[in-house]
Design a protein around this ligand. Structure first.
Ligand code: ZN
Length: 235
């Protein structure tokens, strides 16, 4: 089987979304890329998660040509491919319709950073894409969705804010690999739910002060990170 390890990793990241309650039925999809081979492994379209096997994970090239797998890939494959082409450091993409994050996407409101949980993972508000026009919707819709995401990041760093809300649709998240992308999707849902509740408790609350935001983001990310244990790369 082509890219067995990547397929297993993608399968396990998809199942993690189910375990954490971030997907309902067959909603959502996770993919992972082998940059070396220029190939992407993604969940097949419409298959129940509990029945998924590594063989059923579909392998595609960066143009969407299927190179291994008997099933059709997730319909969002072309959105994933745009992200891999434009965000060179990412190794995995996760898409869900998780309730709180999708509510912010439907409302077309960026998720402000109100607290340190958000700042630990995302270096700023979670942006919302511009809505697609009629031509984009009737044409290559999934590719247009990917392009809209990349345009949203024209002035933003996708490695520092590994998530976006697609207007009227839901979140796409990414990370260094498929597991990290799924993890970020679960954290985004948690942060989206907390931001909503924060505004209910205090509608006038302002975003987190820059100093505290920077403190939390930089102690987990970047050259001076000190959260967690020292890993081989950090030594
Ligand atoms: Zn969707």
């Amino acid at each position: 089987m082509l890219l067995r390890a990547l397929r297993e990793e993608v399968l396990s990241a998809n199942l993690e979304l189910v375990r954490q309650g971030a997907v309902l039925y067959t909603f959502g999809n996770v993919s992972g890329i082998s940059r070396q081979d220029g190939l992407v492994a993604i969940k097949p379209s419409g298959v129940a998660y509990e029945k998924l096997t590594p063989e059923q994970i579909v392998v595609s090239d960066l143009n969407g040509r299927i190179v291994d797998g008997k099933l059709r890939p997730s319909t969002d494959l072309r959105t994933h491919l745009e992200l891999y082409k434009h965000f060179p450091n990412i190794g995995g993409v996760a898409h869900t319709h998780s309730r709180a994050a999708a509510a912010w996407a439907q409302a077309q409101r960026p998720i402000p950073c109100f607290g340190t949980t958000h700042a630990d993972y995302f270096d700023g508000p979670i942006p919302v894409t511009a809505p697609l026009d009629v031509e984009q919707i009737s044409g290559d819709y999934e590719k247009a969705t990917g392009i809209a995401i990349c345009e949203t990041f024209a002035q933003l760093d996708p490695d520092a804010i590994p998530a976006v809300l697609v207007a009227r649709h839901g979140p796409f998240c990414w990370g260094p690999d498929a597991a990290a992308a799924a993890h970020n999707a679960v954290i985004l849902e948690y942060v989206a739910e907390m931001a909503y509740r924060t505004l209910v408790v205090n509608p006038g609350i302002q975003p987190l002060a820059r100093e505290l935001h920077d403190k939390h983001f930089s102690r987990r990310h970047g050259p001076n990170a000190y959260y967690g244990q020292i890993t081989a790369e950090r030594r």
